[in-house]
Design a protein around this ligand. Structure first.
Ligand code: 13P
Length: 248
């Protein structure tokens, strides 16, 4: 069995004042699952300071593949680790779209995360046009194969399935559709790494997860947690989602 992880992605939202949400969230945690928040990079250190001594972990939303150098505006995985990050999201669809990141770029970033000793949350997911064209599983296979570097240590990998059309839209796949994709991801990872390793990789679902739909999504086989956007910004929403995962 994989460990359970409730991960929040604040995207480009939040401020020092918003860290009051962290205090509220920490108060709610019952230890039944891992809980992670990935704020904007400027908030990693203050959030990590706030989370000291609690079960809350703090992560980053992306990193540069290099360890240092002439890359104005970028941050390395080691820098993010020093700020307090234990996890880094790679290959989020917003990075793939806004910054033209390819599977190759994502693999290089993921390798950098692993080299820094952190856990990579590697995102994959189809567009609506791809789902309509019935090529979802092919798209997922290609992204998985291209985004997870050769020789990656399974203990440092988490995979998040985020259908692009479900992100921020209030729309979600059916539970059967989620089950199909998650079973497919587990199978692909098993073929590549062996079942014993693949079974321990947490598979997260992401895309319009809310307190109202979390429990049913966590009931789906091979769903080990969630990557939550909008509903991770408020402890009143994210706390119940983490509680639903702990109870699943
Ligand atoms: P929403 O939960 O806002 O749909 O965002 C999902 C997401 O992209 C998390 O990375």
């Amino acid at each position: 069995m994989a460990r359970k992880l409730a991960a929040g992605n604040w995207k480009m939202n939040g401020s020092l004042a918003a860290l009051a949400e962290v205090d509220a969230l920490i108060g709610d945690l019952d230890g039944g699952c891992e809980v992670l928040l990935c704020p904007p990079a400027t908030l990693i250190a203050p959030m990590a300071a706030r989370a000291t001594g609690s079960a809350l972990m703090v992560g980053a939303q992306t990193c540069h593949p290099a360890t240092s150098g002439a890359h104005t505006g970028d941050l390395s995985a080691a820098m993010l680790a020093e700020a307090g990050a234990t996890h880094i999201i790679t290959g989020h669809s917003e990075r793939r779209t806004d910054h033209g990141e390819t599977d190759g770029d994502v693999a290089a970033q993921t390798q950098a995360v692993l080299d820094a000793g952190l856990i990579a949350i590697v995102c994959v997911g189809e567009t609506e046009a791809e789902r309509d064209a019935a090529v979802t599983l092919n798209v997922i296979s290609t992204q998985l194969a291209g985004s997870i570097p050769e020789g990656a240590a399974p203990a440092q990998i988490v995979v998040a399935y985020e259908p692009v059309w479900a992100i921020g839209t209030g729309r979600t796949p059916t539970l059967d559709q989620i089950a199909d994709v998650h079973a497919h991801i587990r199978e692909e990872l098993s073929e590549r790494l062996g079942a014993a390793q693949a079974d321990h990789i947490p598979l997260l679902y992401g895309g319009s997860v809310k307190p109202g739909n979390a429990a049913e999504i966590f009931g789906v086989q091979h769903v080990d947690g969630a990557l939550v956007g909008g509903a991770s910004l408020k402890a009143a929403d994210f706390g119940p989602i983490a509680a639903a995962l702990a109870a699943s």
